[in-house]
Design a protein around this ligand. Structure first.
Ligand SMILES: [Zn+2]
Ligand SMILES: [Zn+2]
Length: 191
């Protein structure tokens, strides 16, 4: 934890205006009511996602943003779109997808009230990376599937059942076979 705090502090010390996730709001920060649209494509940072699915590092993240000057600071709203790569939790096949998230966050100008959760304008710069990261991570499926009804793997031999729908281990114990016969008789429709 202390290490994490240190990192955050370091990051908060000074934003790099050339970082693609950093927006420069000084053109509008002091004029409530003014607005700026920003459309840019930025490379995904590392670890943008969960262990099972996420945005590949360096992939294009399309940002479509609106920055509005308000009394307390700058309101940033918009969308981020990015490709996803992951693994189906049932059959373990690689899968690709796309994520699109909406967000709206207020970046507060120094001198206003704030708390631990407050996102601050720093020298009129806005660090959008944590905002995009939170929005993306919250949207991702915890159990990604290659398709909704992926049958997964055979519990006995690990075969991928989607590729082999007739997959069957027919050497059933004769006692079980007898029971199966009973069950299917019971389930005969009445008509
Ligand atoms: Zn699957
Ligand atoms: Zn099998």
């Amino acid at each position: 934890m202390p290490e994490e705090n240190q990192k955050t502090e370091l990051k908060n010390q000074r934003l790099d205006p050339h970082d693609p996730f950093v927006l420069d709001a000084h053109r509008l920060a002091r004029r409530p009511g003014s607005m700026l649209k920003v459309v840019r494509t930025v490379p995904a940072p590392a670890d943008l996602g969960l262990e099972v699915i996420g945005v590949p590092e360096g992939a294009d993240v399309e940002l479509n943003l609106k920055l509005e000057a308000v009394v307390e600071g700058v309101l940033v709203s918009g969308t981020a779109r990015a490709p996803l790569a992951g693994e189906c939790v049932r059959c373990l096949d690689p899968l690709t997808d796309e994520v699109e998230v909406d967000f709206a966050e207020l970046f507060v100008a120094p001198g206003n009230d704030g708390d631990d959760e407050t996102l601050w304008l720093q020298d009129d710069l806005i660090d959008l990376e944590p905002v995009v990261r939170d929005a993306v991570v919250l949207t991702l499926p915890l159990q990604p599937l290659c398709e909704e009804d992926c049958p997964g793997l055979c519990a006995q031999c690990g075969a991928v059942l989607r590729d082999d729908p007739d997959h069957d281990h027919s050497e059933v114990d004769p006692r079980w076979a007898a029971l199966e016969g009973l069950v299917s008789t019971d389930e005969q429709p009445d008509d």
